[in-house]
Write a protein that binds this ligand. Structure first.
Ligand SMILES: Nc1ncnc2c1ncn2[C@@H]1O[C@H](COP(=O)(O)OP(=O)(O)OP(=O)(O)O)[C@@H](O)[C@H]1O
Ligand SMILES: [Mg+2]
Length: 317
């Protein structure tokens, strides 16, 4: 299906202050494909930032290799870095300068100049919707606006891949929405995205594929469907059937692919491997018993459930 990985990671490892220091990343292998939104999902201290920092050449690995667009970050860092934009977890902006001045400064660091620089800055201000306040000092911006400038910096040189490290932490819901929409739009325009988060809802909404990282290791990788099936998580169907007799509930439990059917708070809860395909037969049983089906809800398993299953811990702090 996918041809070439745009980021290829092999045996990546980082131990801080060896030999006693913490092993933050413990042997990661990963391929990120062109055109996808890939999320690294993991709790605080899982090793997300350390991984991103090694991919972008800011941190030297203890072991392992990273290639970006075919270039080794170790042997050919200039070519490798040209292909990536990074939006770091910690804001890196000059507070007394405006958004336009910050972007111009960082643009020069990327080797942009003259008309091209001016045009890229205008383009980025437009994309991040900062035009109205572009000439006010960044220190007067809200947290969400500062984040958007930070993202803008990562986009200036029009990278093939953008890496965003927890860009929605500690900002208001509306700014979060803007950032998620910007990520989706960037991807729609062809940019590959590597996104880190500890919010499973974000990983779920954005990603084509997700890697769950914990204690410096990738403990699961795939599409959401693959991940939830991998751990055998089942869909929950909630059927609103008033006054269903136990005999009918027992019959529902016999339907192909159904694990269990129980009555809880006046609703029938059915656990099934694939809820949607079991639904037709379940409805048939209810109809045959002459009962009325008033509501149906299918709850698919979440990445939260996958994390819990794999680690025995909740993903949330
Ligand atoms: N410079 C450093 N020196 C020593 N230990 C470090 C350093 N940077 C990170 N660590 C440790 O490495 C581990 C991974 O940290 P990292 O910042 O990569 O996690 P993270 O997944 O980004 O977490 P968060 O969600 O909190 O940002 C943690 O145990 C952390 O304490
Ligand atoms: Mg981090």
């Amino acid at each position: 299906m996918h041809a070439t990985p745009i980021i290829q990671i092999r045996g990546l490892k980082k131990q801080f202050n060896p030999p006693e220091g913490p092993v933050a990343v413990n042997g990661i292998d990963l391929d990120i494909y062109e055109g996808e939104i890939f999320s690294l999902l993991g709790p605080n201290g899982a090793g997300k930032t350390t991984t991103i920092s090694m991919i972008s050449g800011l941190l030297t690995p203890t072991a392992g290799e990273v290639h970006i667009a075919g270039h080794s970050i170790r042997e050919d860092p200039i070519a490798a870095k040209r292909a990536i934009g990074i939006v770091p977890q910690e804001l890196a902006l000059y507070p007394t300068l405006s958004a336009r001045q910050n972007l111009t400064f960082f643009g020069k660091m990327y080797g942009l100049a003259g008309k091209e620089l001016k045009q890229r800055v205008a383009e980025v201000l437009d994309f991040t919707e900062l035009n109205d306040r572009a000439d006010d000092p960044v220190q007067e911006y809200s947290g969400g606006m500062k984040r958007r400038v930070n993202i803008g910096v990562g986009l200036l040189h029009r990278p093939q891949v953008i890496m965003l490290d927890e860009p929605t932490v500690a900002i208001d819901p509306q700014s979060r929405r803007n950032i998620l929409d910007a990520v989706i739009e960037l991807n729609r325009r062809g940019t590959t995205v590597l996104y880190t988060t500890h919010y499973m809802e974000e990983a779920q909404e954005l990603s084509h594929r997700v890697a769950i990282i914990d204690h410096g290791e990738i403990i699961a990788l795939g599409t959401q469907e693959e991940l939830t099936r991998l751990v055998g998580e089942e869909d929950t169907l909630i059927l609103g059937v008033p006054d269903a007799p136990q005999a009918v509930i027992d019959r529902l439990a016999q339907v192909d692919g159904v694990h269990s059917a129980t009555l809880e708070d006046g609703e029938i809860r059915v656990l099934a491997k694939n809820g949607r395909s079991a639904l037709v037969e379940l409805i048939g049983v209810i109809n045959a018993a002459g009962l009325a089906l008033q509501s149906v809800e299918v709850r698919e398993p979440t990445l939260e459930a996958v994390f819990l299953h794999l680690t025995g811990r909740a993903l949330r702090d």
